[in-house]
Design a protein around this ligand. Structure first.
Ligand SMILES: C[S@@+](CC[C@H](N)C(=O)[O-])C[C@H]1O[C@@H](n2cnc3c(N)ncnc32)[C@H](O)[C@@H]1O
Length: 295
């Protein structure tokens, strides 16, 4: 459990994941009935980018300037990214006010998936946020203490899929966003998807994955496709460089099962728009690829 999201907060992967997450939530919320948002690997909720900028024991440079930082001055954002940027800036403004800070030209605070989604809950929705790292979980719990409709859980995110589904609402958006430190992470994800679909066949599951080796992702897809009754699903991927560009993490994807109707086209356009803007070397590209088409 060495992973800390702090250095990565607001990087290209967060941009894709968080903007897509908001779009998926919006699609589900087109219907009146409430949803459960289950964040299996929630992190600490929000991040102080000024702390990331100071480095730390690992001495790593913050990654947000090449992620959300590249969207700040753009006047031509597609709607999904304009919505995402507004949410980031609103969070920054509120968090600065909390610590008595002045507004600044670039964000100091960046919302993780918990704060982004809690900001979108309607009165009929609720959120369950799971985190296993003791320090991150303690911070997460303090962030949301006393909030109605938000529960933080110090528990294993994969166990939470079994424990929390099916929800009384019978509708859920589940984000599975692990650190990929463990050798068996991909296996755990396939198990969680299988468990989750057995408990809530119509649930929307969004799984973030890194692109460091295409062969590993292909095995993951094959194992998912072998699950019985796999519902409609697509991947939205963003490559910031080609596989041979020498980048350790040259891209990432979000696998979406049971996507809300009509979400593929805007996410495809968003990923295609992001690729040249967030590129770090030649070969950047993005888009949606259906694994199981909607019928
Ligand atoms: C990529 S970060 C989460 C980022 C967050 N979802 C966001 O978008 O802001 C992954 C988190 O999972 C936590 N974690 C690792 N293994 C876990 C497990 N089995 N169950 C729950 N949380 C876990 C890590 O401590 C880390 O905070």
């Amino acid at each position: 459990m060495n992973y800390r999201h702090h250095y990565h907060a607001g990087n290209f992967a967060d941009v894709l994941k968080h903007a897509a997450l908001l779009r998926l939530a919006g699609g589900l919320q087109a219907k009146e009935k409430g949803i459960l948002y289950l964040d299996t690997h929630a992190g600490r909720g929000g991040y102080d980018l000024s702390a990331a900028a100071q480095g730390g024991s690992l001495g790593r440079a913050p990654e947000w300037p090449d992620g959300v930082g590249r969207l700040l001055g753009r006047a031509d954002l597609p709607p999904e990214l304009a919505d995402y940027r507004s949410a980031v800036l609103a969070f920054d403004e509120a968090a600065r006010a909390r610590v008595g800070g002045e507004p600044g030209a670039s964000p100091r605070f960046y919302p993780g998936s918990p704060w982004l989604m809690v900001g979108r809950l309607r009165p009929q929705d609720r959120a369950v946020l799971c985190e296993r790292h003791p320090e991150e979980e303690a911070f997460l719990a303090s962030e949301f203490a006393g909030r109605r409709r938000v529960s933080t859980q110090a528990m294993d995110g994969y166990a939470a899929v079994k424990a929390m589904l099916p929800p009384p609402e019978r509708r859920a958006l589940v984000l599975i966003d692990p650190p990929f430190e463990a050798q068996d992470e991909w296996t755990s994800i396939v198990g969680a998807v299988s468990d989750g679909l057995a408990r809530l066949p119509g649930g929307t599951f969004a799984i973030w994955y890194p692109l460091t080796a295409r062969a590993r992702v292909d095995v993951f897809y094959r194992r998912l496709l072998a699950l019985p009754k796999l519902p409609p699903c697509f991947t939205v991927e963003l490559l910031i460089g080609g596989e041979t560009a020498g980048l350790k993490l040259w891209g990432c994807g979000l696998l979406v099962l049971n996507p809300p109707w009509g979400s593929a086209a805007p996410l495809d356009a968003m990923a295609k728009w992001l690729a040249p803007v967030l590129a770090q070397s030649a070969g950047a590209k993005g888009g949606v690829h259906w694994l199981v088409e909607e019928s």
